[in-house]
Ligand binder design. Structure first.
Ligand code: BGC
Length: 440
């Protein structure tokens, strides 16, 4: 792999690191915030979910600057949002300013979930694309672990009342680094071509070590079809129905695995299963580490065995593991198996949906509408995430097992939908993929 390409992917994937960090860091500050601002349970819920509201809006509109100012240019905006959010939380002067800062961070997370994978997919050669875009997910998961670790470390430093400010503010450092490094990478060649800047696009393709850069550039220019005014067409047309279906369904199933019900409520689940003294930290670390390990495993095989097979294997594995969780709850026995079912679930999630979602979303739309299509997919993922996060505690309170029966069934449905409808995308250039999907 060429250094130019590696640098571009690593820098863009930093957006994923901040995404993971910012979603998880709040867990270490909730108690202190509750005390500082005398929060009722509802106000605490709002404090935590403010970022999630931001992500929905950030994902919905992230494609717009992506098309207008470029993928790299817009990633710079997300870096600024991350920076404002970290400093805004650290220097919050009242509860409203804290919630506002979290919301701004959410905008950054949502927008970077569209722009980061898109940028990487647009510079990556077909045979490495799965692995390079998969690196974005690796960074999300690594960012989550880093937040746990950083919260723990800061907790030992004796900051007293200012501890939560440090926990939240520390993210300003990676945000600043992200912003600065974004000046050292090239713009996406496909966006450049879409804007008619063909010479610059050619330079980027050449520098990224593409041996057939002339041929590939011609393909890109043809696919953008600027002459016919299609460089900025609408997404909602019959010819895009299949990729729209694929994007919405992969996003939908990603969250209907129950991943965030499990990640956000690990403690709640263990207590509900009858554990009195929960070694919460240990379990959280075990789950986070498994997530990271199997994301790496998936990255090593995604370009060889393909996205579709990973999704199929994951559907089966997750359905079995989730049925196990449901059985523990419904029968009220074998509680000692719960942690293994959850770790098994995370392993299969990381190996399949976790590693595939951002890759697949960045591959199924032609350059002309990619930003809009990815926004739609990412937005679907965030809105379903918010719904499940909101409903899970209520449903689990009335029946510990039923939500997991539901998630297990969803994985059975996913298996058949993927088998019947999802095309394999590995190894094709983005332009060949467009032809494969029958899009003129
Ligand atoms: C998803 C998150 C999830 C994480 C888990 C991400 O791709 O967007 O919702 O918590 O993966 O690894």
């Amino acid at each position: 792999m060429n250094g130019y390409l590696a640098k571009g992917s690593v820098v863009a994937a930093l957006g994923g690191l901040l995404f993971g960090f910012d979603t998880a860091v709040i867990a270490g500050a909730t108690e202190a915030l509750k005390a500082q601002y005398s929060l009722t349970p509802a106000a605490l819920g709002l404090t935590v979910s403010a970022a999630l509201f931001g992500t929905i809006i950030g994902a919905m509109f992230g494609g717009v600057p992506g098309d207008r100012y470029g993928r790299r240019g817009s990633l710079r905006i997300t870096a600024i949002l991350y920076l404002i959010s970290a400093l805004g939380c650290a220097f919050a002067f009242d509860w409203y300013s804290f919630v506002g800062a979290r919301f701004i961070g959410g905008l950054g997370i949502g927008a970077s979930s569209v722009l980061g994978p898109m940028y990487i997919a647009e510079i990556a050669p077909p045979k490495l694309r799965g692995r390079l875009v998969g690196f974005f997910q690796f960074n999300i998961v690594f960012g989550i672990l880093l937040a746990y670790f950083s919260n723990y470390e800061i907790g030992t430093m004796g900051f007293g009342d200012a501890e939560w400010r440090w926990k939240m503010g520390i993210a300003a450092l990676p945000a600043l680094l992200f912003f600065v490094l974004l000046f050292a990478i090239p713009e996406s060649p496909r966006w450049l071509a879409k804007k008619g800047r063909v010479g610059e696009a050619e330079d980027v393709l050449m520098s990224s070590g593409d041996p057939n850069y002339r041929h590939d550039l011609a393909e890109i220019v043809k696919s953008v079809d600027e002459k016919h005014g299609s460089a900025d067409e609408s997404l909602f047309q019959r010819k895009y129905y299949l990729p729209i279906f694929l994007a919405v369904s992969i996003a939908f199933f990603n969250q209907f695995t129950g991943i965030n019900a499990i990640l956000y409520y690990t403690n709640f689940i263990f207590t509900r299963a009858g554990f009195t003294k929960v070694s919460a930290d240990l379990q959280t670390v075990a789950i986070g580490a498994t997530n990271l390990l199997f994301t790496i495993v998936a990255m090593t095989v995604i370009d060889r065995i393909g996205r579709k097979k990973l999704l199929l294997i994951g559907s089966v594995g997750m359905a079995v593991a989730l049925a196990g969780v449901a059985a523990v709850f419904l029968s009220g026995t074998h509680q000692n198996l719960l942690v293994w079912c959850l770790v098994g679930f995370i392993a299969f999630f990381a190996f399949s949906q976790g590693a595939v979602i951002w890759v697949y979303l960045s591959e199924i739309f032609p350059t002309r509408v990619r930003a809009k299509g990815q926004s739609l997919g990412s937005f679907t993922h965030w809105i379903v995430n918010a719904g499940i996060t909101f409903l899970f505690p209520v449903l689990a309170e009335s029946s510990g097992g039923l939500p997991f029966v539901f998630f297990a069934l969803m994985m059975v449905v996913q298996f058949f939908v993927v088998l019947a409808v999802f095309p394999e995308t590995k190894g094709y250039s983005l332009e060949e993929m467009q032809r494969k999907l029958g899009i003129e």
